[in-house]
Ligand binder design. Structure first.
Ligand code: IMP
Length: 468
């Protein structure tokens, strides 16, 4: 069977811990979208593994696949694999030959486009992670992308670079008005002084066909030498036919999905469950026949721009509460280190997520973080222009104007997470159980698991989806 794990909110719901936990019962863990914008922290036996590209399951020795729907920065991939090897692990990671490659010019363009949008009066800067995700997906849709398979064939790689790179150079120089030649001179001057010949800031080298060809053909050789590339659809089909369990590890979250999220403050891929079929090549009926579990954070956090109706930023008390939750929950970006914005749990957002992905269950994380608060609110709906809404409006403008309707629930005292995880659901404080049951009722989806701490063991499991 298959299990698809989806972020229900804005990313950072703590998917890694559940993927890691249930990944132990899977034979293959597949990422189907996104790239190294996805920060996952997996805590195992006291050791902490920070991953942004390698599927979390790799920490437990399960085969990890980066599906065709992913955009892959091979330098990040190799750095993470080397790092895990240094920590004594032996990750088995394969990459779809149909996946697109994030090239250095994509990262440069991501930065330039954000700067330009920030300066523009429309103020539409997205606050991207700067990893080149959007520009790579643009090239994929524009049919000028470079795929993993192209890295394995130096001649094809050169042809593709010769087509794409001059266009990128023209975009930077003619549209954005940057002079790459003078940047090249500055870069070579600073290289001579610093001895650093592999700087990410070297914008000029990112547009040099020969340099790119040399670097990425060598990457292709390593991928081939290590037998890391696969025909993803074919591989997964065979594993599924053989009776293997497949876990799809969604990155980011529903409300930053390019189709179903808060456009344009979104990432450029489909974290929602439909993306699992498209982004892996396993049939939609196979994926749909399995379990789809939404991961929910017991409150909200958001990195980057965009509306957050329940944001705790109204006055000094709310800001102090946000600070308390941010500190207790460690709400700082895994990839960028940015402090995350904080808000109360928002049920209209969860209803939308449950509908779009067809959740069969949810896992609610960070329930320990809410312990000991003076007050606890949940947004059950919105008021907008005299109407009450139970789900998220389709435009940013309308969502921004929504006034949350709150229900105040009882708070609970801090508890011993390890003891509760061991003893099970009934050991949770009564008010915490009421909170969980209230949420489950409102979104008409059962709770499969409750996260009470960052370690994989600190999870109260009610249902293992692989047993369903
Ligand atoms: P991009 O994915 O780097 O293009 O960024 C687009 C938007 O998605 C920005 O608001 C990012 O902060 C957000 N984003 C991307 N990846 C993540 C993630 O893993 N967690 C939370 N937000 C993310």
């Amino acid at each position: 069977m298959t299990l698809t794990i989806v972020g229900s909110q804005l990313g950072d719901e703590g998917k890694g811990a559940l993927v890691d936990r249930w990944g132990g019962d899977a034979d293959v863990v597949v990422r189907y979208q996104g790239g190294d914008n996805a920060g996952h922290t997996v805590v195992e036996g006291g050791a902490e593994y920070k991953l942004s590209l390698v599927p979390s399951g790799a920490v437990r020795g399960t085969v990890g696949i980066l599906g065709n729907g992913c955009v892959v920065n091979p330098k990040t991939l190799f750095a993470e694999i080397d790092n895990l090897r240094e920590q004594g692990l032996d990750p088995d990671v394969r990459v779809a030959r149909r996946a697109h490659v994030i090239m250095p010019y994509h990262r440069v363009l991501d930065g330039i486009e954000e700067e330009v949008k920030a300066d523009d009066d429309a103020g539409d800067a997205v606050g991207t992670t700067g990893r080149g995700i959007g520009p790579t997906y643009e090239d994929k849709a524009g049919r000028r992308g470079i795929r993993v398979a192209d890295l394995l064939d130096p001649e094809t790689l050169r042809e593709k670079l010769e087509y794409a790179v001059p266009q990128k150079r023209a975009l930077v120089e003619d549209v954005y008005g940057l002079d790459l030649d003078s940047e090249a001179q500055r870069a070579s001057g600073s290289r001579t002084q610093s001895g650093d010949d592999d700087s990410d800031d070297d914008r000029a080298a990112a547009f040099d066909v020969d340099a790119l060809h040399e670097e990425f053909a060598a990457i292709g050789e390593r991928l081939a030498d290590e037998g890391m590339t696969v025909n993803c659809s074919d591989y997964l089909h065979r594993r599924h036919e053989a009776g293997d369990e497949i876990l799809f590890e969604g990155a980011q979250g529903t409300h930053i999905d390019v189709d179903h999220g808060n456009y344009p403050f979104v990432t450029s891929s489909n974290p929602t469950a439909g993306g699992a079929a498209v982004g892996s090549g396993l049939g939609v009926t196979t994926v749909g026949d399995g379990e789809v579990v939404g991961i929910v954070k017991a409150y909200l956090s958001r990195v980057g721009e965009g509306p957050l109706p329940t944001e705790l930023d109204g006055d000094a008390d709310e800001e102090a509460l946000a600070d308390e939750i941010r500190e207790k929950g460690g709400e700082f970006g895994t990839v960028t280190g940015r402090p995350r914005r904080i808000g109360w749990l928002d049920l209209p957002m969860l209803r939308h997520a449950a509908r779009v992905s067809g959740f069969t269950g949810v896992a609610v994380n960070h329930v320990d973080v809410l312990a000991g608060l003076d007050e606890l609110k949940v947004c059950t709906g919105y008021e907008l222009d005299g109407e009450t809404l139970d789900t998220v409006p389709t435009t940013t403008d309308r969502w921004e104007r929504c006034e949350p309707v709150y229900e105040t629930l009882d708070t609970w005292a801090p508890f011993d997470s390890s003891a509760v995880a061991e003893a099970g659901y009934d050991a949770l404080p009564e008010a915490a159980r009421d909170y969980l049951e209230f949420v489950a009722d409102e979104i008409d989806t059962p709770v499969y698991a409750v996260g009470v701490g960052p370690d994989r063991e600190e999870t109260v499991e009610l249902t293992n989806p692989f047993d369903e």
